[in-house]
Design a protein around this ligand. Structure first.
Ligand code: FES
Ligand code: FES
Length: 172
C-alpha cells in the first residue's frame, strides 16, 4: 500500500434503549451517545424542553432523571437507560393537570417571553418535592442553574414561594 489512509470515522451504532418518559415506557433507536435533548425534541417531538446554551449553563433544557434535575444538553441517551425521565410535558402527571409550580408562575407572572420557564418549573418542582417549605436562599440556590434574560427574578421567586404555599395547603 502506498502512503497511509486516515481511518474513516465509523458512525455510532444505533441501539434500542428503553426508559420511562413522563410515566410511559419508551424505546428509542438511536446512537447511545445521542443527546437526550435531541432525543426529546427531534425524535419524540417533545419541544417543551428548550435549547439554549447547549453547554450546561442556562438550564433551558432542564429535565428530571429519577427526580433529579439534569441538563438534557449534557445527558446522553445511554445515561437514562432504565431510568425515569420527566419533562415539562409530564411534570403535572397528566395532560389536563397543572403542577402547583405552573399555576403559581401564571398567578405571579413569573415569566415574560417564557423561554426559560419550562426549565425553571422543572427545577422548582424538584426542589419542592424535596423541600416543601424552602427558604428564599434554598429557592435561589435551586434555580441557580436556570437563567432568565427578560423577566427578572422577582416574579419567579414569588411564584416558587406561592407554589410551596399551594402544596402545603393541599397536603393539609
Ligand atoms: Fe442545556 Fe443551556 S441548553 S443548559
Ligand atoms: Fe424570557 Fe425568562 S421569561 S428568558
Amino acid at each position: 500500500m502506498i502512503g497511509k489512509t486516515n481511518p474513516v470515522p465509523v458512525p455510532a451504532e444505533r441501539s434500542v434503549l428503553s426508559f420511562t418518559l413522563n410515566g410511559e415506557p419508551v424505546a428509542v433507536a438511536a446512537p447511545p451517545s445521542r443527546r437526550l435533548l435531541d432525543v426529546l425534541r427531534h425524535d419524540l417531538l417533545l419541544t417543551g424542553t428548550k435549547i439554549g446554551c447547549e453547554i450546561g449553563r442556562c438550564g433551558a433544557c432542564m429535565v428530571l432523571v429519577d427526580g433529579q434535575p439534569m441538563n438534557a444538553c449534557l445527558t446522553m441517551l445511554y445515561q437514562v437507560e432504565g431510568r425515569r425521565v420527566t419533562t415539562i410535558e409530564g411534570i403535572a402527571g397528566g395532560a389536563d393537570a397543572m403542577h402547583a409550580v405552573q399555576l403559581a408562575f401564571l398567578e405571579e407572572g413569573g415569566y415574560q417571553c417564557g423561554y426559560c420557564t419550562p426549565g425553571m418549573i422543572v427545577s422548582a418542582a424538584a426542589l419542592l418535592a424535596e423541600k416543601p417549605d424552602p427558604t428564599d436562599k434554598e429557592i435561589i440556590e435551586a434555580l441557580s442553574g436556570n437563567l432568565c434574560r427578560c423577566t427578572g427574578y422577582g416574579g419567579i421567586l414569588r411564584a416558587v414561594r406561592r407554589a410551596a404555599a399551594i402544596g402545603r395547603e393541599a397536603n393539609g
